[in-house]
Design a protein around this ligand. Structure first.
Ligand code: FES
Ligand code: FE2
Length: 379
């Protein structure tokens, strides 16, 4: 594995140890260096809780969804008892991927030589293998990964070494509880690959500074930059609220427990490292970031709605809006990625806390993990 050079470690250590909130943008190498990327895969993705999707995507036994977490292919499946479980998606014979995308199956059958696995991970059949010396079916179960569900979302820890996730998100709860995202279900999900570093996408999704400019005709009429406010941050997350203009029509339907302010705003939060979501009164759009290379990210996008809202015109309009504002973001992010090798790529102050404070929360989280200073009470 490539190692980080000393100047880079020092730059990251300065960010990790900086409590002054003198926030600044990061140098280009932070977004394109293969050594940084390798370190992220181990320190942030293998050792952390990585979102794989929403439990409603695999609502019935046998339904599965495949994701790649760092270098680790994972299949998340609902077993016969109705529990959600995560296994290695690497066949125990010679390493083929068992499944791709999403689907439903009574057993997971490898497409290469047809070894098959029960939904509890046990090897069920291995054609022609009976009597082969050294072959022990019991030793060929799929390795299982730690899994935690939080408000309907499925998080996987492939390193099987992370402390529980929920305590790190406790301070986020008051801001999201009334929206009842765990009661909503995923209407559709789709994958896109963007030519950007995955961290740029987290930063972009989590800052309100660009709303009125990048999204001048799509989001500014609803959630302009000037109405954004920072919410809480904690060890595992950062969050902000984008308030709606008075002139923007009420989004419906919404859960009855929403406060007046919650009806008139969206809460955007990131659960580190790879999950971002904007939760509105009626719909929520989530992005699950699955980095492929330092400069490409595979994104699973999805929309959550409430019971019975799938076919509503409001839902369709919101999904169309999501496609539009995502396309606008993509244009910006792919352009700044191309500039990441410029000798004049700046390290400039970030905008005020309400607008880009979330970026600094996330940057410090990344820096602390990359430099091994993530223990203790950090954000
Ligand atoms: S690699 Fe899966 S059965 Fe051979
Ligand atoms: Fe945006």
């Amino acid at each position: 594995m490539a190692l980080l050079d000393r100047p880079r470690i020092e730059t990251l250590a300065a960010v990790a140890g900086d409590d002054s909130r003198t926030a600044h943008s990061m140098p280009g190498w932070y977004y394109n260096d293969p050594a940084i990327f390798e370190q992220e895969k181990s320190s942030l993705f293998a050792d952390g809780w990585v979102c794989a999707g929403h439990a409603s995507e695999i609502a019935s036994p046998g339904q599965y969804m495949a994701v790649k977490i760092g270098d680790e292919p994972v299949v998340v499946v609902r077993d016969r008892k109705g529990d959600v479980r995560a296994y290695s998606n690497v066949c125990r014979h010679r390493g083929m991927a068992l499944v791709e995308g999403k689907g439903k199956a009574a057993v997971l059958t490898c497409p290469y030589h047809a070894w098959s696995y029960d939904l509890d991970g046990a090897l069920r059949k291995a054609p022609y293998m009976e009597g082969v010396e050294g072959f022990d079916p019991a030793a060929c179960a799929l390795p299982e990964f730690a899994l935690e569900e939080w408000r309907g979302f499925v998080f996987v820890n492939t390193g099987n070494n992370a402390p529980p996730l929920a305590p790190d998100l406790a301070a986020l709860e008051p801001f999201v509880a009334n929206y009842q995202i765990e009661e909503r279900h995923s209407t559709e999900t789709w994958f896109e690959e963007w030519g950007t570093n995955w961290k740029s996408l987290v930063e972009n999704f989590m800052e309100g500074y660009h709303l009125s400019v990048t999204h001048a005709t799509t989001l500014d009429p609803i959630t302009p930059t000037e109405l954004c406010e920072k919410l809480a941050t904690g060890k595992g997350f950062t969050a902000y609220r984008s308030n709606y203009r008075d002139s923007s029509p009420q989004r419906e339907p919404f859960p009855k427990d929403l406060t007046e302010q919650e009806r008139r705003s969206s809460v955007l939060f990131s659960v580190y490292p790879n999950f971002v979501i904007t939760v509105g009164p009626n719909c929520a759009v989530f992005l699950i970031l699955l980095p492929e290379t330092p400069e490409t990210v595979n994104i699973k996008m999805g929309v959550l709605v409430q019971e019975g809202a799938d076919e509503l015109p409001e839902t369709e309009a919101y999904i169309n809006l999501a496609h539009e504002f995502n396309a606008e973001d993509r244009m910006m992010l792919e352009a700044i990625q191309k500039n990441s090798r410029s000798a004049h790529r700046p390290q400039s102050p970030l905008a005020p806390e309400a607008l880009e404070g979330t970026i600094w929360d996330f940057t410090r989280h990344v820096a602390r993990h990359l430099t091994g200073h993530a223990g203790g009470a950090v954000s």
